[in-house]
Write a protein that binds this ligand. Structure first.
Ligand code: 5AD
Ligand code: SF4
Length: 470
């Protein structure tokens, strides 16, 4: 698969926008405004990509719906990280055949990481004949030309997945939220952890120009956004590929210097690239949220080596200690894989020891899933699934206990929280986030969404906190 990066010239994006305008002239003549249904699987990077696809669609004259039955265009942005995610996508795409039968005019489009895998694209071509368009992550910027072609010629389009990894500026966005926003600062990953498909589906690391990122953050603050997350597969290596290098800590500080009341979060960080300078920057920048998502995947050094993580358990713990020394209340989260090929139960227990020492606030836990084309997929994997599940359950049980204890420690405290939405849980009016991003449900009245308010925490469970406005 591709190894290079292509910077898309502004004129090429302009050409795509001009195609959007031509499509808008066409859709304006249809009896009613066409609606698009965009469904996103997977990570925040995919959410951010979908916001650009919606931006293009809005410019083509489409409105939006969550109901595939009402849509003239259905777009599914897929995730390839684990087999389970892929099965769900394929199941849902299969179901769309009924929608297509009822409404042959609907355009069914698939994009994202799964479509970057040649064998998946081939399977869709052969076995899912109701799908009209397939394109991978690198071709996103050319979506308008593909839609134009579909509307004009009506023949299925399969974009070759081995196009070079792209970086395009100037694509419009339609954001899903009014308080929180994602800003991609870089794309791709160079780390090749042996289990992970991302470097194959998203290509090599490429950083956006800092001025464009800062302009986007400034614009978001001016529009009233309060919670801005800088996104990348490995944000700590931001800037290494720029002509005038700027590191991630400098970028964070420059975001912090933008006037206004807002919070800056970022994800994901790789332990090998998380530096003392980063921790000092977090500690000294008031707008940078006191939280770090730092995946460690496994607690045993032999397993970490076979995973190609390039850090040891002690190096990881050392970094956590250094960060806690600067920000004692820092909220810590991590990703863990249980049942990596060859991991024994004894080695798995080293993961539990890391949990005991660090005391994460929350974890994202996964059972290893072999991904075709990655080195780990062909490694010997003798442990029976039941044993992996038993280990997984031990991990979840331990973390639940720690999360519950950590949440209970908030009770009685008053925390400045950002009210970010309306609560769907009976008895509570709003949802809010602590600076460290823990969920709070609270009662209160008025138009408070988007405001920072002091909240007294009155109760907690392992998932969230409950409170009252002060
Ligand atoms: N199997 C299980 N979990 C995986 N992850 C990535 N690849 C795999 C895989 N093949 C997990 C890692 C990563 C998170 C985003 O998904 O923990 O940090
Ligand atoms: Fe995958 Fe490792 Fe890159 Fe994260 S750092 S995206 S786990 S290869």
């Amino acid at each position: 698969m591709e190894k290079t990066t292509r910077t898309i010239a502004p004129a090429e994006v302009e050409r795509q926008l001009a195609l959007c305008d031509q499509i808008a002239e066409l859709t304006a003549q249809w009896p009613e405004q066409p609606l698009a249904c965009v469904h996103t699987y997977g990570c925040q990077q995919n959410e951010a990509d979908s916001e650009q696809l919606r931006g293009y669609l809005a410019r083509m004259g489409y409105g939006f719906t969550d109901d595939p039955e009402k849509a003239r265009l259905i777009l599914i942005n897929t995730c390839a990280i684990r087999e389970h995610a892929e099965q769900r996508v394929l199941g849902n795409v299969g179901q769309l055949i009924h929608v297509k039968r009822r409404n042959p005019d609907v355009l069914i489009c698939l994009c994202g990481c799964m479509m970057q895998e040649p064998q998946v694209a081939q399977k869709i071509k052969e076995s899912y004949r109701h799908v009209d368009l397939v394109f991978g992550t690198h071709a996103l910027w050319r979506f308008p030309e593909m839609v134009k072609s579909l509307l004009t010629h009506r023949s299925r389009i399969f974009q070759s997945p081995d196009e070079a990894g792209s970086i395009a500026e100037g694509i419009p966005v339609v954001r899903q939220d009014k308080v929180k926003a994602w800003v991609s600062i870089m794309y791709g990953c160079n780390n090749f952890c042996s289990y992970c498909i991302v470097p194959y589906t998203r290509g090599r690391e490429r950083s956006r120009q800092p001025q464009l990122i800062l302009d986007e953050v400034r614009q978001l603050v001016a529009e009233g956004y309060k919670d801005i997350t800088l996104l990348g597969q490995n944000v700590n290596s931001y800037g290494k590929d720029l002509a005038e290098p700027m590191d991630f800590s400098d970028l964070l500080r420059a975001c912090n210097d933008i006037p206004g009341e807002f919070l800056i979060r970022f994800m994901t960080s790789h332990p090998k690239d998380a530096t003392q300078k980063l921790f000092e920057t977090m500690a000294s920048c008031a707008k940078v949220a006191p939280m770090l998502h730092l995946p460690f995947q496994a607690g045993n050094d032999r397993v970490l080596k076979v995973m190609n993580r390039r850090h040891t358990r002690e190096q990881y713990l050392e970094k956590i200690r250094a960060l806690k020394a600067l920000i004692p209340d820092v909220v810590l989260t991590s990703d863990i894989i249980v049942g990596f090929p060859g991991e024994t139960t004894e080695e798995f227990e080293d993961t539990l020891k890391v949990l005991e020492e660090v005391r994460f606030d929350a974890l994202f836990t996964f059972i290893f899933s072999p991904r075709a084309g990655t080195p780990a997929a062909s490694m010997d994997d003798p442990m029976p699934r039941e044993q992996k599940l038993a280990n997984f359950n031990r991990l979840v049980e331990l973390q639940d206990k720690i999360s519950e204890e950590k949440h209970a420690a908030y009770i009685g405290k008053t925390v400045r929280c950002l009210i970010d939405g309306v609560s769907d849980e009976p008895g509570f009016d709003f949802t809010a986030r602590t600076p460290g991003n823990r969920l709070v449900r609270l009662t209160g009245q008025g138009d408070l969404v988007g405001q920072f308010c002091d909240v007294t925490i009155t109760a907690a469970n392992k998932w969230s906190l409950f409170g009252q406005l002060v």
